[in-house]
Design a protein around this ligand. Structure first.
Ligand SMILES: Nc1nc2c(c(=O)[nH]1)N[C@H]1C(S)=C(S)[C@@H](COP(=O)(O)O)O[C@H]1N2
Ligand SMILES: [Mo]
Length: 416
């Protein structure tokens, strides 16, 4: 069990520095690694030419009734959850793609494991391989888990705190809960010959290389500590009882419960298992907290934070004097939700009714009645507390990439 991801990262940086690198070189490592990866990847093929016609980056339909389209990504509209069950149906589950959804032929697909943390230290050129059929024949497990982008809620740094951050300007819809079925990562690692020396596990996707500001950073990949990998991580091949859809990682994706979405690598192709700490731009440059309230080398992201959302459209309309039931959901990467309070008048808070039992790996549904008594614009607010002592604050300390916004969100509605 990981109790302190920050301490883990400290240890990782210390190990890296102990290997003869300066702190400055750690901070610069990303760019260098990216260039090396880029050279390797493009050496044979030269420049990647633009496709004659640009295929859509997302395969499934993304109607405006269900999604906000944001570049290569699609954000779920929260009003699309009204009247839905506990999980998010695939037709409205958000999609976060660094580039595009690849279409993978499952017959030719292999999961390839290599690295110094496996017995005999197999290399990337001669890895341990699993076919899809072999993975499916290993003991399976089914579980709920949240997938949430670390940048979910990012736009509110700008609109509520006047501190714009870089990255996709999500509201609150970069989250979904699904039932995932697959094989435990620990099972696969043991079959592949995991050694006690392994410290890091780095899954890598088969989608195209990610190019950022003209630098090819290679394939989407991010290391996680072995403790997390062995604790509760799944290699999933089903989502809500059906084979994974292409946009969500077919044929196999990582599901890392309660951790930032980037840990749940889609279109899994390779896993490096290492006896020394691993680095990628996704743990040295992206998905760290940088800013005035954080240390110089930033804080690596692990667990998600606490949030709440109403199952309402942005700027939803209500009729004066009519009776409504407001529905919403709250969730936290730290533990189950214990209490939710709602404010409809900008001053007082009322407890919401929680439905069902607290869920560790999902969200908490809630509702409460509202009878709007005055015409005009209103702000609805929901504030959740979890069982580990986290309550949504009024503001979130700024970080330059706008991760982990946890403050109470002002949801505008109009009564007429
Ligand atoms: N290979 C690969 N895996 C990936 C990504 C990606 O672009 N490529 N995006 C990550 C991010 S940032 C998030 S938030 C989740 C989103 O999962 P979803 O698209 O199934 O909702 O996938 C993660 N896994
Ligand atoms: Mo993300």
């Amino acid at each position: 069990m990981i109790h302190d991801e920050h301490a883990y990262d400290r240890a990782r940086v210390t190990q890296w520095l102990g290997a003869g690198h300066s702190r400055r070189s750690f901070l610069r490592h990303t760019a260098t690694a990216g260039l090396i990866a880029a050279t390797g990847v493009t050496a044979g093929g030269g420049r990647v030419s633009a496709a004659a016609e640009t295929p859509p980056t997302i395969v499934k339909p993304t109607p405006e009734s269900l999604f906000y389209l944001r570049g290569t990504n699609a954000e779920m509209r929260w009003e699309a959850m009204r009247g839905q069950g506990y999980t998010v149906p695939v037709d409205r589950f958000f999609v976060r793609n660094h580039t595009r959804t690849p279409l993978i032929d499952v017959d030719g697909w292999r999961l390839r494991l290599f690295g110094t943390g496996l017995r005999g230290a197999p290399t990337a050129a001669a890895p341990i391989e699993f076919t899809y059929r072999q993975l499916r024949s290993l003991p399976a497990t089914t579980r709920l888990a949240v997938i949430e982008c670390a940048g979910n809620g990012r736009s509110f740094f700008d609109t509520q705190q006047d501190q714009p951050a870089t990255g996709t300007a999500w509201r609150l819809g970069a989250i979904g809960v699904a039932e995932w079925r697959g094989v435990r990562l620990s099972t696969v690692l043991r079959h592949a010959g995991l050694t006690p020396q392994a410290v890091d596990v780095m899954p890598e996707g088969l989608d195209p290389d990610y190019v950022s500001n003209g630098t090819n950073l290679g394939r989407v990949r991010r290391p996680m500590p072995i403790e997390k990998a062995l604790h509760d991580v799944l290699l999933a091949y089903e989502m809500n009882g059906r084979p994974l859809p292409p946009d969500h990682g077919f044929p196999v994706r990582v599901v890392a419960p309660s951790w930032v979405g980037i840990s749940s690598i889609k279109w899994l192709g390779h896993i490096e298992v290492s006896a020394t700490p691993l680095l990628s731009p996704w743990n040295t440059q992206f998905y760290r907290l940088w800013g005035p309230s954080y240390p110089e080398d930033g804080v690596v992201l692990g667990r998600q934070t606490i949030k709440s959302a109403f199952e309402l459209a942005w700027d939803e309309r209500f009729a004066l004097g009519s009776s409504y039931t407001l529905h919403g959901r709250s969730w936290s990467g730290h533990g189950p939700i214990r209490r939710v309070e709602v404010s409809t008048d900008g001053a007082t808070w009322r407890p919401a009714h929680l439905s069902g039992r607290p869920q560790r790996d999902g969200w908490q549904r809630w509702h409460l009645p509202w009878r709007p008594a005055a015409a005009g614009p209103h702000t609805l607010r929901a504030r959740a507390s979890d069982t580990t002592g986290h309550t949504q604050p009024d503001t979130t300390p700024f970080n330059t990439q706008g991760y982990l916004f946890d403050a109470v969100v002002d949801h505008p509605v109009t009564v007429s």
